[in-house]
Design a protein around this ligand. Structure first.
Ligand code: TV7
Ligand code: CA
Length: 336
């Protein structure tokens, strides 16, 4: 029970993963690794949105941390300790155990692997320092956030360090290592500029909607409008793709977003919503070419919040990092 019927809950539960220092080497090793999330966190903090601190101290924080029973706005930060020079060449298997076996890492699409389509060795999911620690913490934040919603004490939960929507069937992909999105009996909405391919199989009995840049080339190339799934012989499909042209801006985006979401809400009547708020759909992103403004991006969040369901907000992509921090800070402010 997501506790959707309880009217008294107003509070927002906030989790994130930050780095102790923005100058950590890990911050420079990988596109996704969290300098931009630290920036977001610092900005939110600077705006005074994180007035009260709860939960374990950073030393003890981690995936075991439990949300506090308080109903006031709260923060919980999953701090990655500064150990930049630890074990650089170690690979990690699915259980987190270290392995130096190259084949094992390749099987999980980790480190330097041969990419058949690009016909070259790629390293998009690099084995960064403290990789497993990083995964445990961002996924732990999403789990704790989901638990906070399920407890009925919170109406909205946020984890800007989560939203890793490319991980599928034990394979890292597109800068993502552990899928923190896969929950049952919920509506999944994805406004990241990329198609949320990694959650497709897991949400086949639920509902999943991704809005994404689509031109046949853009990573991961999937997500055409005809590619719907689930449901009963094409009736009431549970997987819905909304491909968007390069340069799609606020007006056109919302023209699609509002009615699609409204119809999905009416048909599926979800008990809870997980929303991946990747900020690479903003104009001027370094990787993607959509054209949302910060207000336009936040309007999507506002539209979804308007349905009053327990709502889990996750981060995701976003590669022009000052835009990312502004966007998620603005959304945090608007929702609290
Ligand atoms: C959030 N696009 C994740 C989005 C993942 C996108 C890709 C790059 C890229 C990688 C780099 C780099 C890049 C300018 C862009 C097929 C390839 C083509 C690597 C040269 N610059 C999210 C993943 C996507 C790495 N991958 O949804 C090092 O862009 O297109 C691809 C794959 C093979 C590898 N080559 C690119 O936003 C969860 N990568 C610069 C340096
Ligand atoms: Ca998307």
């Amino acid at each position: 029970d997501g506790g959707g019927g309880v009217t008294k809950q107003k509070s927002v539960c906030y989790y994130t993963t930050t780095h102790a220092s923005p100058t950590l080497t890990t911050a420079r090793q990988h596109e996704m690794v969290p300098h931009r999330v630290s920036m977001t966190h610092a900005l939110i903090n600077a705006y005074g949105r994180l007035a009260r601190r709860h939960g374990p101290s950073p030393r003890r924080a981690g995936h075991r941390a439990r949300p506090p029973a308080s109903s006031s706005p709260m923060t919980q930060t999953y701090q990655i300790p500064p150990r930049p020079h630890a074990a650089p060449a170690d690979y990690y298997d699915a259980t987190g155990a270290k392995t130096r076996r190259r084949e094992a890492a390749e099987g999980y699409n980790l480190g330097e692997v041969w990419n058949e389509r690009a016909r070259c060795v790629t390293n998009e999911n690099p084995v960064i320092d403290n990789l497993w620690d990083y995964c445990r913490r961002y996924a732990g934040g999403s789990l704790a956030a989901a638990r906070a919603l399920a407890s009925g004490k919170y109406k909205v939960a946020i984890n800007w360090s989560g939203g890793m929507h490319h991980v599928c069937e034990g394979k890292a992909g597109g800068f993502c290592y552990v899928n923190d999105i896969v929950f049952r009996r919920v509506l999944y909405l994805d406004i990241n500029a990329h198609h949320g391919d990694g959650v497709k199989t897991a949400f086949v009995d639920d509902s999943r909607v991704s809005f994404h840049q689509f031109d046949g080339e853009f990573f991961p190339r999937t997500g055409a409008a005809v590619d719907v799934g689930g449901g009963d012989n094409g009736v009431c499909p549970t997987l819905i793709n909304v491909p968007l042209q390069v340069g799609t801006r606020d007006g056109r985006y919302h023209q699609l977003f509002a009615p699609v979401v409204d119809r999905v809400m009416a048909v599926f009547e979800p008990d809870a919503v997980v929303m991946q708020c990747g900020a690479d759909s903003l104009a001027g992103d370094w990787l993607a070419s959509l054209g949302l403004s910060v207000r336009g991006h936040a309007k999507c969040v506002r539209i979804v919040k308007g349905y009053g369901l327990p709502l889990l907000l996750l981060g995701g992509g976003g590669y022009t990092i000052n835009h990312v921090a502004s966007c998620w800070c603005y959304e945090t402010k608007k929702i609290t």
